[in-house]
Design a protein around this ligand. Structure first.
Ligand code: GLP
Length: 254
């Protein structure tokens, strides 16, 4: 996919049930929006529709959530919809990842970020919120990751997963080379990813070398996935991800 304009935004939806226009060269269904705001709105409205349908049927909605710049507009719109009456009391959430080690109240913690950008503004019950714990001791990591997987399974799996994409092609923190069968685990961050995060940590040397992330298998079991990417700096990796044959560097699934 070539981006004719730097501000063009992309929402690539991996499960094609939106009857979205399909542009041929891509191996995955792709929707291109006029701007980031419209893409975020479309995804948030889709989430809201799922929540309303499930709540009316007396069912929970299980969302897989991402951090970073990309999903902010989606969360802003969900907060607005909540203020207009959307009930999120039957929503259960699982976040993709967290730096390790990372105290949950640290400035760069994804726990803190999620509360500031979404959870503090909607009525998702605290006990329904799951985020990998960055402060878990090393000798308890394996058990923590297994418990995370078990919790996802216990609620029947993820209904809708939101994804961004890193410049290396990572989803969550699954860097190139992550096996398709990978599960929630401790990973080592790519130097490019650490460099990209440097400004959040006041210097690359302060960026943790590790993170806990849901695995590719965990993510791809979601019943619906919306991968969003905005801006010129993401165009090369989006083109590779949606046009090139699947590889260990850039996996594709439909
Ligand atoms: C981090 C997160 C990813 C996210 C990526 C892109 O590495 N772990 O889940 O997709 O950053 O971030 P941004 O949306 O800010 O471009």
């Amino acid at each position: 996919m070539n981006l004719p304009h730097p501000e063009l935004s992309i929402g690539a939806q991996l499960v094609p049930d939106w009857h979205a226009p399909y542009f041929g060269r891509e191996r995955l269904p792709v929707r291109i929006f006029a701007d980031e705001h419209q893409a975020a709105r479309a995804v948030a409205d889709r989430i809201a529709q799922r929540i309303r349908e499930n709540t009316a049927a007396d069912k929970n909605t299980v969302l897989g959530l991402a951090t970073g710049h990309t999903p902010v507009g989606v969360y802003d719109r969900l907060i607005q919809l909540h203020r207009e009456g959307l009930d999120l009391s039957r929503v259960v959430t699982f976040n993709l990842d967290e730096y390790w080690p990372m105290p949950s109240d640290a400035l760069q913690s994804y726990h803190r970020w999620m509360h500031e950008n979404l959870f503090d503004h909607v009525n998702i019950p605290a006990e329904n919120i799951h985020i990998p714990a960055g402060d878990v001791p090393r000798d308890q990591l394996e058990r923590h990751c297994q418990t995370y997987e078990d919790a996802i399974r216990a609620v029947g799996g993820i209904d809708l997963q939101i994804l961004g994409i890193g410049k290396t092609g990572h989803i969550g923190f699954n860097e190139p080379g992550s096996p398709p069968e990978s599960r929630t685990r401790l990973v080592t961050l790519d130097p490019v990813t650490r460099r990209d995060a440097a400004s959040d940590f006041f210097g690359e040397e302060n960026v943790p070398r590790h993170a806990i992330t849901m695995g590719l298998a965990t993510i791809l079991e979601a019943r619906e996935i919306c991968l969003l990417a905005f801006g010129e700096h993401k165009s090369a990796i989006v083109r590779r991800s949606v046009e090139e044959p699947p590889s260990a560097a850039i996996a594709q699934y439909q």
